[in-house]
Design a protein around this ligand. Structure first.
Ligand code: P6P
Length: 336
């Protein structure tokens, strides 16, 4: 029975064996992220109870004022990666500027960008939330990393992943050799391999979009969603079920496992969409492509977009390739 228990640490080491030149630094970086995920998971679980049990929910065990969970997640990711000498620089959804790594502990060859807790507004209603991360090799030659290290296109990603804090805590990552999912076994404090070699199902089941914004959509997006619902007389199809949680990682994870498409299009109020290119769309696009799917802005592959600023937004259509390409066709033919 025990030879079937594969921890994320063992999995990363086995993946590392495929890279003869590997020095182990990348593997150690992935452990650091997995540990940060465990710390964040514990706090999220406790935060809910703090409100219910009335424990000193407004001060933490050090007697400090209780942080907002997204700040806590951000601080945890930064702390777990600042003094390891593995990174040149970090960037977070929670910080306007890049986060230089202390020279005191040496700077490494990797770059880590992340959204520490996406969808955190959902916590109060016990909806799943998530951490999203992406890893690049540095471009700058040495010393503290710079902004350009964080503005690489998704084509240069070394690894990407997310952690879903829900009914269970699931960590999914790719290092360019398939997509692998691990479920946290709280009694062991270990992420155990639960979803080896994830492939997006050929037959999609769901589509995810905020239908409430329909009046702001472009004609192309409107016609595309009509097609998804089987309403296009010229090209009738089996209607897909709509599922929209309003928490990106939760919606993405369900569609990755069950098949489908998640859409956050540009609209008349948000001409560049809402979601962030660098630390949301790019990592999820890399994972999707590794799982046999595709991610687009509606006009081109997300991974080919050259970021111009750290927090820039992008429209996002991500999931089954045939659905995403159909979205591109509607947008290409209907929108200017
Ligand atoms: P809307 C949460 O605020 C978030 O950033 C993503 O997690 C989610 O997919 C999206 O925004 C939901 O946005 O405009 O539909 O509420």
């Amino acid at each position: 029975m025990y030879d079937q228990i594969i921890t994320i640490e063992r999995h990363i080491i086995e993946q590392q064996r495929s890279y003869p030149e590997a020095t182990g630094v990348f593997s150690a970086l992935m452990y650091d992220i997995a540990l940060a995920a465990k710390i964040i998971a514990r706090e999220i679980l406790r935060a809910g109870l703090a409100d219910i049990l009335g424990v000193a929910g407004k001060v933490n065990i050090q007697g400090e004022p209780q942080m907002k969970l997204d700040v806590f997640a951000h601080e945890t990711m930064v702390r777990m990666n600042s003094f390891t000498g593995r990174l040149a620089v970090m960037a977070s959804e929670e910080e306007e500027e890049i986060i230089p790594v202390s020279d005191e502990y040496g700077t490494g060859k990797y770059v880590l960008v992340f959204d520490p807790l996406d969808g955190s507004s959902n916590i109060d209603v016990a909806v799943s939330v998530g951490t999203i991360f992406a890893i690049y090799r540095r471009l700058s030659p040495k010393g503290p990393g710079v902004l350009e290290d964080c503005l690489q296109s998704g084509r240069y990603l070394v690894a990407a992943g997310y952690v879903l804090y829900g009914s269970s805590t699931v960590m999914v990552y790719t290092a360019g050799r398939g997509v692998h999912g691990f479920t946290l076994e709280p009694s062991l404090g270990e992420f155990l391999l639960s979803h080896p070699n994830i492939r997006i199902p050929t037959r999609p089941k769901y589509y995810s979009i905020n239908q409430g914004y329909q009046e702001y959509w472009s004609e192309g997006t409107r016609q595309f969603t009509g097609w998804l619902q089987g309403l296009d007389r010229d090209d009738p199809r089996e209607p897909l079920s709509v599922r929209y949680i309003g928490s990106l990682v939760a919606d993405f994870h369900r569609n990755l496992l069950a098949g489908g498409i998640f859409c956050y299009p540009a609209d008349s109020r948000k001409p560049r969409g809402k979601l962030r290119l660098v630390y949301e769309a790019n990592p999820l696009a890399f994972i999707t492509e590794q799982a046999g799917g595709y991610a687009s802005t509606g006009r081109c592959n997300i991974l080919d977009v050259q970021p111009e600023s750290l927090h820039q937004r992008t429209p996002l259509f991500i999931g089954n390739r045939e659905l995403v390409e159909r979205a591109e066709e509607f947008i290409h033919s209907c929108d200017e």
